[in-house]
Design a binder for this molecule. Structure first.
Ligand SMILES: Cc1cc2nc3c(=O)[nH]c(=O)nc-3n(C[C@H](O)[C@H](O)[C@H](O)COP(=O)(O)OP(=O)(O)OC[C@H]3O[C@@H](n4cnc5c(N)ncnc54)[C@H](O)[C@@H]3O)c2cc1C
Length: 341
């Protein structure tokens, strides 16, 4: 696929809520954005983003009866294409609604942000130059990586990586649940779940939590929370819905089963920034650092970021979409200010 001679106004990398929202705003500003959605076949880079891995989304405004994650992302991309967004597919640049979330699309393998216009390289052979770039590549939730865990997570079978997203679903009400992890976010997720669950077990591989003292105290003060020390989850049991977890004691090696009605994995997230090859600064957890916390700007003028790749705190579809909007408006104003579009 030849290098495109035209200089793009703005390339958007990522096709989750942040990327498509940035595309909607940029397209409506007549910038004809080009989106590199990523590939469907690798779990880390999933066109449509993390919501493609979930069934019910009940907290996104505008859907009073809820919506499935894939349906919602389908609506996002259709709205973006309606206003003139273009997409980097394996066949080239497409701007028609024939494109679907399962069409093979290009993932960005590298970018050169040290030259102007910036250069963006896709893994399907498409290389483009662009005045502005919006990075919306998300952060991958870390999973245990077990087959049954993944099967039940993807089928809505009571395994999740997001308590705020899924904890209030009826399937978890008044059930005994387990949270895996020992850091602040595991304690936060567990505490949140005690609003709905009859009990929350905190499964941790060591005999003390990594969480801050104040967070640890929350666990000990909450009668609904019980740490299971020195334990790792080695399997998830259940056909259509989880019924129990298989645990192994990290000290004695003893294997036991614990009946639970839900499992939440809270062992961190990995922001997807490898393709940047260190050209933007990241914090100690790997999240891109903003130049101004209220904007989407980075240390490189013309490079904007949005969504979970920059947000270790909220990590919600609606906040990612909000940041996508900010990034597109920032890009549009910057392009106008520089007389580039
Ligand atoms: C199981 C689960 C359930 C969830 N449920 C909810 C919920 O009910 N409600 C809610 O608000 N939030 C929910 N979330 C959180 C929500 O999915 C995220 O906050 C949101 O998707 C973040 O959007 P994003 O656009 O920043 O990133 P993502 O959705 O992660 O999208 C990132 C995109 O970048 C692409 N990409 C990555 N690398 C490259 C590359 N090199 N080149 C091109 N493209 C690339 C990927 O293909 C992907 O399309 C859930 C998360 C999980 C894991």
């Amino acid at each position: 696929m030849p290098e495109s001679n035209a200089i793009e106004n703005v390339v958007i990398i990522g096709s989750g809520p942040a990327g498509w929202t940035a595309a909607i705003y940029a397209a409506r500003a007549a910038l004809e954005p080009l989106v590199f959605p990523g590939r469907a076949l690798t779990k880390e880079v999933l066109p449509g983003g993390q919501l493609m891995l979930t069934t019910d989304v009940e907290n996104y405004p505008g859907f009073p009866d809820g919506v499935t994650g894939p349906e919602m992302m389908d609506l996002f991309y259709k709205q973006a294409l309606r206003f003139g967004t273009r997409v980097a597919t394996d066949k080239g640049i497409s701007n028609t609604l024939e494109y679907g979330l399962h069409t093979p699309c290009q993932e960005v393998t590298s970018v050169d942000l040290g030259t102007r216009p910036f250069v963006v390289n896709g893994d399907g052979g498409l290389t483009v130059r662009s005045h502005a770039v919006i990075i919306a590549t998300g952060a991958k939730a870390n999973w245990l990586g077990q087959e049954n865990e993944q099967r039940l997570a993807q089928s809505g079978g009571g395994v999740s990586a997001c308590a705020v997203c899924d904890g209030a679903l009826p399937i978890f009400r008044d059930k005994e649940l387990a949270v895996v992890g020992g850091g602040d976010s595991a304690v936060e997720e567990g505490t949140y779940l005690t609003k709905f669950a009859s009990k929350v077990y905190l499964v941790h591989r060591r005999d003390q939590l990594r969480a801050s003292k104040i967070m640890q105290q929350r666990v000990f003060d909450n009668p609904k929370m019980e740490p299971l020390w020195n334990k790792v989850v080695i399997d998830v049991i259940g056909d259509k819905h989880i019924t129990a977890i298989k645990l192994k004691d990290t000290k004695t090696g003893e294997e036991t089963e614990k009946e639970v009605g839900g499992l939440f994995i809270a062992i961190g997230h990995t922001p997807i920034t490898q393709f940047l090859n260190g050209q933007l600064d990241v914090d100690e957890k790997g999240y891109i650092i903003l130049k101004d916390p209220y904007r989407s700007t980075t240390k490189i003028e013309g490079v904007f970021v949005a969504g979970d790749v920059v947000d270790s705190v909220y990590r919600q579809a609606v906040t990612a979409a909000g940041m996508g909007c900010k990034a597109a408006i920032d890009a549009e104003r910057w392009l106008a200010e520089k007389g580039l579009a």
